[in-house]
Design a binder for this molecule. Structure first.
Ligand SMILES: [Zn+2]
Length: 233
């Protein structure tokens, strides 16, 4: 059986043949479908498949990666179609919306990279990883896939534009929402906080604009809230 013939998992393409990893993917997807049907539908639209992480990208302990597809002509055209449809809703009486507006809106939508589909890449090391790490990695990468522009912007602005932490917070937020908080927390001990940021309840020090470090507490929904001086030590 060639790789292309590998059966899909709940409608998702998967070229990984390892049975344990496939079962874990199915377990995570089933739970998402049961708990958050809308998230599952969004993932069906955005996730083009599960694949092994290419060897050259498997470094620095990377266990998984959400890789967006490059913008294609087809995606661009689809975006423009949606932009025109949006404009028609906004200006229902106008048969021909002004072309300048269409271009403007199409540009705005194209920049919205959180709408772009992609692939989940998993590191081959996961075949021997403990179950919590396997489940947590799959849930986290799907969390990146599920992240909307709005999820990202709300956390990014709270962090003053630290986009790496904002994006990691969104991914972990979804993993928690789908019921994989325990597994994510168990992984946290071996994750790099500098890359991933904190988990709910954690207090984290971040250098403020003046260089003085400020304390933030991570909320249940993965927002960073400033801890006032004197509130804790
Ligand atoms: Zn991540």
């Amino acid at each position: 059986m060639g790789l292309g013939d590998m059966p899909s998992i709940l409608g998702f393409r998967c070229t990984i043949s390892d049975v344990r990893v496939r079962n874990a993917i199915e377990y995570v997807l089933t739970r998402i479908r049961e708990r958050q049907r809308d998230d599952f539908k969004r993932l069906r639209r955005k996730v083009r498949g599960f694949h092994w992480l290419p060897k050259e990208e498997a470094q620095n302990g990377t266990l998984g990666h959400w890789k967006r597809v490059p913008i294609t002509k087809a995606f661009q055209l689809e975006t423009e179609r949606e932009a025109k449809a949006l404009l028609r809703q906004e200006y229902p009486c106008r048969l021909h919306p002004p072309p300048k507006h269409v271009r403007h809106l199409a540009d705005a939508l194209r920049q919205e990279e959180h709408r772009r589909p992609g692939k989940v890449h998993l590191c081959r090391e996961l075949t021997d990883a403990p179950e919590f790490r396997l489940l947590s990695t799959i849930a986290h990468e799907l969390g990146h896939a599920a992240t909307t522009q709005e999820d990202f912007e709300k956390r990014d602005s709270a962090l003053g534009g630290d986009s790496e932490w904002a994006s990691e917070s969104c991914a972990d937020y979804y993993a928690y929402r789908w019921g994989f908080g325990r597994q994510v927390r168990r992984c946290q001990r071996t994750r790099r906080v500098g890359h991933h940021g904190g988990l709910p309840g954690d207090v984290i020090q971040i250098a403020g604009p003046t260089g003085k470090s400020l304390k933030y507490r991570v909320t249940r929904n993965f927002y960073y809230r400033r801890v006032e001086p004197g509130e804790i030590d």
